[in-house]
Design a protein around this ligand. Structure first.
Ligand SMILES: [Zn+2]
Length: 406
C-alpha cells in the first residue's frame, strides 16, 4: 500500500522548525519520502491520496507513565471486586481509546495480571488496533511500601528476592523493570520523601535487567531516594522532587526524567477528583518543590519525557503535554518530549518518535498549529499507525469510558 499525504505542514519533532506545503509518501508501514511543494498530479501513482487541507502532521504522541487498569477515584470499588478478565477488558479499552486520540506509544509501568503483556501481543498481532506498548509487567515495592496491594505490585525485600522478581518479569517479556523506591501520593501512611528500597536492592535490579539489555525505571519522589536510585544505576526517574544534586546526577548519568507534572500541578483536577484527603494534601503539598525541580532539570538539559500516570490515558496524556508547556517548556519542547524523547526512553528512537524518512508512519494530523497554542493537540483530524488509518470517530453504540468506570 502506497499512501500519499499532501497539502500539510510537517512538525517533525526533531527540533527543526516546521515545514509548510509538504507531502509525505508512506509505503506500507514506513515513511519513504518527504516532498516540498508537490502537486496532486504527482500523487497519482499512490493507491491512496489524503488531502490534509493545510493540517499539521506530527509523530504520534506518547505517554510513558501509564497504568492501564488504574482507577483514581474508584467509586464503584472495581479494583477490589472485579475479576482479572474484567480488569483486562477495561485496561484494553483505555489503551484503544488512547490510540483514537492520537497517542500511538505507551510505556506501562506497573500492571496487574500481566494484562500489559497480553494487550501488547494482541496489538502487535493486529487482533485489535491499539497503540504500541512497552511494558514492565508487575512493579516492585518493599514489603508495605509504595503501591503495595495495588495493581499487582510485588512486595520484595533484599537482593535475592529482587533478582528473582526481575527475572520473572523478563521471562514474561518485560521491556523495562519498574521499582517503587520512595513513598508516594496514593499510599496512606507514608511520606513522599521517605526512601524505601536500599542501595543493594536497587543494584540487584539494575544488574539483572542490564544483563538482559533492559532499562530500569523508578517511582521516586524524595530527592534522597532519587539519588540512591541513580547511584544504583537506574535509567529513568519518574515524578521527582529534585534538588540541585539530583539534577546534576541525572545529567552526569544520562538519566531520563518523566515528571508526571499533572499529579501535583493540576490543582483543579486534584481538588475536584474525589480523592481522599491525605492524597489531596500530599499532592498539593509537593507542588512547589516538584515544579522547581522540573524547571532546574529543564534548564540543565536533562532528557525529559511525557508521562501522565492517571487514567483515562486519553485525557491525561493531553493534559500532561499542556502542563509541560505551562511549567516552562516551549510548545516545541513539550511536543519533542511527548514524541522523540519518549520513544528514545523506550529504546526505539531509530524507528519511532519523529517524522523522518525511514521511520514507521505513526502520525497524527491536527487542524490547527500546536506551536501557536499547545492545546491544538486536541484538534485531531487523523491518526495513522504504521501507515494504517485509525478510525477516530466515536463508535456508535459504544459507552463513554469515563461515565462507565468513574
Ligand atoms: Zn505510576
Amino acid at each position: 500500500m502506497k499512501t500519499f499525504l499532501t497539502n500539510c505542514t510537517v512538525v517533525d519533532c526533531t527540533g527543526n522548525p516546521p515545514q509548510s506545503n509538504m507531502s509525505i509518501v508512506v509505503e506500507n508501514d514506513r515513511i519513504t519520502e518527504l516532498l516540498n511543494g508537490v502537486t496532486m498530479s504527482e500523487a497519482k501513482v499512490a493507491e491512496r491520496v489524503l488531502d490534509l487541507e493545510g493540517g499539521y502532521v506530527l509523530p504520534g504522541l506518547w505517554n510513558v507513565h501509564v497504568h492501564l487498569g488504574d482507577l483514581i477515584p474508584d467509586p464503584q470499588l472495581l479494583l477490589e471486586t472485579e475479576s482479572p478478565i474484567d480488569y483486562a477488558i477495561r485496561a484494553g479499552r483505555n489503551a484503544m481509546d488512547g490510540l483514537r486520540a492520537g497517542i500511538t506509544g505507551l510505556r506501562i509501568v506497573g500492571e496487574d495480571h500481566y494484562a500489559d503483556f497480553a494487550w501488547k501481543r494482541a496489538f502487535d498481532a493486529g487482533v485489535f488496533v491499539g497503540p504500541r506498548i512497552f511494558a514492565c509487567g508487575r512493579a516492585m515495592s518493599i514489603t508495605g511500601g509504595h503501591g503495595h496491594g495495588t495493581l499487582g505490585a510485588l512486595e520484595v525485600d533484599g537482593p535475592f528476592e529482587i533478582r528473582k522478581a526481575v527475572r520473572e518479569q523478563l521471562k514474561y517479556g518485560a521491556d523495562q523493570i519498574k521499582l517503587m523506591v520512595t513513598g508516594g501520593v496514593m499510599t496512606e501512611g507514608e511520606s513522599m520523601k521517605e526512601s524505601q528500597f536500599l542501595m543493594d536492592e536497587i543494584l540487584a535490579a539494575t544488574e539483572v535487567a542490564h544483563q538482559k539489555g533492559k532499562r530500569v525505571c523508578v517511582h521516586a519522589w524524595g530527592a534522597e531516594g532519587v539519588k540512591t536510585a541513580i547511584r544504583g544505576g537506574v535509567d529513568t526517574v519518574e515524578h521527582g522532587l529534585l534538588d540541585d544534586e539530583a539534577v546534576e546526577l541525572m545529567v552526569q548519568n544520562g538519566v531520563y526524567y518523566v515528571p508526571t507534572l499533572n499529579s501535583t500541578q493540576d490543582t483543579e483536577k486534584i481538588l475536584k477528583g474525589r480523592l481522599p484527603d491525605f492524597m489531596v494534601e500530599k499532592a498539593l503539598g509537593a507542588a512547589e518543590a516538584h515544579l522547581k525541580g522540573f524547571q532546574k532539570a529543564l534548564k540543565m538539559g536533562v532528557r525529559i519525557a511525557c508521562g501522565a500516570d492517571a487514567s483515562p490515558v486519553t485525557d491525561h496524556t493531553l493534559l500532561e503535554i499542556e502542563h509541560l508547556n505551562k511549567a516552562g517548556m516551549t510548545e516545541m519542547e513539550a511536543l519533542v518530549a511527548a514524541t522523540r524523547t519518549s520513544a528514545d526512553l523506550c529504546g526505539v528512537a531509530d524507528r519511532l518518535g519523529t517524522v523522518e524518512v525511514g521511520k514507521l508512519a505513526d502520525l497524527i494530523v491536527l487542524s490547527a498549529n500546536p506551536l501557536q497554542n499547545i492545546s491544538n493537540i486536541r484538534k485531531l483530524k487523523m491518526v495513522l499507525k504504521g501507515g494504517s488509518l485509525v478510525d477516530i470517530n466515536p463508535q456508535e453504540g459504544q459507552a463513554d469510558y469515563r461515565k462507565f468506570f468513574f
